[in-house]
Design a binder for this molecule. Sequence first.
Ligand SMILES: Cc1cc2nc3c(=O)[nH]c(=O)nc-3n(C[C@H](O)[C@H](O)[C@H](O)COP(=O)(O)OP(=O)(O)OC[C@H]3O[C@@H](n4cnc5c(N)ncnc54)[C@H](O)[C@@H]3O)c2cc1C
Length: 399
Amino acid sequence: MTAVLISGASIAGPALASWLHRYGFEVTVIERATELRSGGQNVDVRGAGREVARRMGLEHAIRAATTGEAGVRFVDADDHIIASFAAGSSDSDGPTAELEILRGDLARLLVEQTSSEIEYVFGDHITGVDDDGTRVEVTFAHGGPRSFDLVVAADGIRSSTRALVLGGEPVVKPLGMYTAYLTIPRTEADTDWSRWFNAPGGRTSTLRPDNVDTTRATLSFMSEPRGYERWDSAGQRDVLRQRFAGVGWEVPRILGALDGADVYFEAISQVQAPRWSSGRTAVLGDAAYCASPISGMGTSLALVGAYVLAGELATRNDHVRAFAAYESIMRPYVEQAQQLPPGTPRLANPRTRAGIAGFNTIVRIASTKLVQRVARTVSSPKAERIELPTYRPVTALKA
Ligand SMILES: Cc1cc2nc3c(=O)[nH]c(=O)nc-3n(C[C@H](O)[C@H](O)[C@H](O)COP(=O)(O)OP(=O)(O)OC[C@H]3O[C@@H](n4cnc5c(N)ncnc54)[C@H](O)[C@@H]3O)c2cc1C
């Protein structure tokens, strides 16, 4: 049995583990956090990602766990509505996708598919990888050394395993914005609608409903890269307090909830790795090709990448050819997802009052029924640059 070690238990790692397990591989997943991380907001499962979820038997569970967000409203400092966009009726329409789920809920669903059958190790991480061509010897921060046939780094945008397996860092391209995600107590002002507020200085805040009676908040600010993402959480909270001092709307409420909240703070960036494998090791998901939360594609890319990587490993029975096929199938899809609209994210996070007024005029016009209808007609969803292969694994699928 081929033994595979996967680093990272969020979306890409558990999805790969689930497929490999079905194909008869022996899988171990290692996660740096001491337990499954539940933080984050609604993530979209679109197009090919949704088809993979369907093939995993998870589409109904995802639909059942949806937050039921009605759509997005742009509001001013007095919470007056500037423009409303209802949730999409197809899987690619509108700012709120039809199939959306809290990131933590999706991670839990993926892990639960296999956690009773495969080994999940929490609270540890890889410190060394030695690929001698026949096996990969791995050392860990806490556990003793172990040996595997293959190692896959699926440990996110700031993966420390990536450099160990690829032998160098890829380009991590910052997009000039920091975002903090946190969960806060729900109040009567929170409805089924997501709310978006712009403040001068390129500062933006959102509040989104969830399905567990809390509210998912973000604080974003435009900034040159300053390395805040590597600061400890107390330092990151101070940065947020300084950057958002004096901002109105619901921002004081969000700042007041910072202490005690699980804050996911990220320098919004894309990962552009020139190659996704080396010998017996590979990278997957955000670690390999993060498209950024702005793309709305991170989860779909992780699910599709896991499906393709597992399918190629199962059917080719040769990791070198399988890794090459994984990359050639996924590259065009990733490149499409990484093409962000021109001016993103600057245009949606204006620095001046005049800029905000201009942005509000644009969203007001864009929200009218006529413009939405015309936009849908002229920009009918782009065909996705991927045709999902159907794999006939050499080993039988387990139920
Ligand atoms: C807590 C959290 C909240 C998020 N919130 C949002 C959100 O609100 N909106 C959004 O669009 N995207 C969010 N993301 C990112 C989103 O999950 C990904 O863009 C996408 O789903 C692809 O997932 P991934 O599994 O490739 O990477 P990630 O979701 O980033 O997961 C990487 C996993 O690897 C673990 N890890 C990191 N380093 C190591 C290591 N050295 N060894 C072992 N494990 C390690 C992390 O703890 C994490 O569980 C969030 C990610 C996390 C971890």
